[in-house]
Design a protein around this ligand. Structure first.
Ligand SMILES: [Fe+2]
Ligand SMILES: [Fe+2]
Length: 310
């Protein structure tokens, strides 16, 4: 059973609205099949105040139409990420069910898998067909690699404790800041389920089973998490950079300051550290701390990092 290979097929299509199966899934979620992504004004879902763009000189100098497009793209990137995380939850639970060594574990992961399927069905109608084929950002590929390649014991720590714990903060922010009541309620409902997923990870976590090789894999994965957070909101920077027609180093830095990169990224890194600090892995967290992995890049460094990858 331990040799089970799971493939996280991120770009797997949906059957579409005309499919009886699609309608059956939708009927389990309370969503309406009349809902059309083309009617959504993405720029209105989370405001420029929520992002911090309103204090950016670069942003306020854009035309109203450009500002609308920047917000629309940033907000779509939040939905894109949530959609693919929930979709990855299906592959995660499939692996955990098939490798479970006791019935209770298999039951638990079947329950969690049903939650993730429900979350996916809630979010899916908010994305157009193209968005559902295009996972954006490094994080989703990083997560897929963990799910496909790492052992269940490592995944309890890396996915259930760290990622699902992180998700509590993230979904809470999305819910509180979302201007569309139905979507805000969806994120709030997801949050309640994720709290249980995270808590069950705490119950199952056992670092005594980790080998030397496991600790090495975990250490690399923890570093991967911190590196993705340390650079700040690069997707939002990319949106304004592309829509404005290209920003200078100073402009990118100004946008990052407006997006409260240094304050927010410190907060997120501290949360990450707190989630990572579990019994038996403290030394790995301490090593990361000693090498500055929990310190955000300065806005200048993050701007240089963005431009070097552009
Ligand atoms: Fe979920
Ligand atoms: Fe979850």
């Amino acid at each position: 059973m331990r040799d089970i290979q799971v493939r996280n097929n991120l770009s797997a299509p949906h059957a579409g609205k005309q499919s009886p199966l699609y309608r059956m899934i939708l009927s389990k979620t309370g969503m309406s099949s009349e809902f059309e992504p083309s009617t959504i004004d993405y720029s209105a879902l989370w405001s420029d105040e929520w992002w911090g763009f309103h204090t950016s000189v670069v942003y306020t100098k854009l035309s109203k139409e450009q500002q609308r497009r920047v917000l629309g793209r940033c907000n779509q990137s939040l939905l894109n990420e949530a959609y693919f995380i929930e979709k990855s939850g299906l592959a995660y639970c499939a692996k955990m069910v098939l490798t479970a060594e006791c019935t209770d574990n298999a039951q638990l992961y079947s329950f969690i898998g049903a939650d993730e399927a429900k979350h996916l069905a809630w979010i899916e109608p908010y994305l157009d067909a193209q968005e559902k084929q295009l996972p954006s950002g490094h994080f989703l590929l990083f997560l897929s690699k963990l799910i496909e390649e790492f052992s269940p014991a490592l995944l309890v720590y890396l996915v259930q404790i760290i990622l699902e714990g992180w998700g509590l903060d993230h979904y809470n922010r999305l819910s509180k800041g979302c201007a569309q009541p139905q979507l805000s309620k969806i994120f709030s409902s997801i949050l309640k389920d994720e709290a249980l997923h995270h808590k069950s990870g705490n119950l199952l976590f056992d670092s005594t089973v980790f080998s030397v090789a496991d600790f090495s894999l975990i250490s690399d994965a923890l570093q991967g998490y911190t590196q993705m957070v340390r650079v700040g909101p690069q997707a939002a920077v990319a949106a304004i950079d592309q829509i404005s027609g290209g920003l200078s180093l100073e402009d990118v830095e100004e946008v990052l300051v407006a997006l409260r990169h240094e304050e927010e990224t410190v907060r997120k890194l501290m949360l990450l550290k707190q989630l990572m600090l579990q019994p038996g892995v403290e030394h790995l967290v301490e090593n990361l701390n000693a090498t500055g992995s929990f310190a955000p890049m300065s806005s200048h460094e993050a701007a240089c990092s963005y431009l070097s990858a552009r």
